[in-house]
Design a protein around this ligand. Structure first.
Ligand SMILES: [Zn+2]
Length: 82
């Protein structure tokens, strides 16, 4: 049992989309965790840039218009509730 044949399922099949290095099985489709993080970061910053901007504007306007004044609660809870 001295086979030196590598496990077929562990052979890299593609290239890292970030740097072009051979894909690492455990990090596919990237070659390393670093490249995976780079891609993830790109993704997130792109998505947040769009969603964050629109959200910020709407939220700010809405909060200002619909925000009730602090301490506007109806006072007087002693009307024999019990
Ligand atoms: Zn890479």
């Amino acid at each position: 049992m001295a086979q030196s044949t590598p496990d077929p399922s562990k052979i890299a099949k593609g290239k890292c989309p970030i740097c072009g290095d051979p894909t690492e099985y455990e990090q596919r489709p990237f070659c390393s965790r670093r490249c995976a993080n780079i891609d993830l970061y790109k993704w997130l910053s792109n998505g947040y840039a769009i969603a964050g901007k629109a959200d910020e504007d709407e939220d700010g306007d809405d909060a200002n218009a619909a925000a009730p004044p602090s301490g506007a609660r109806p006072a007087g809870g002693d009307e024999g509730e019990d």
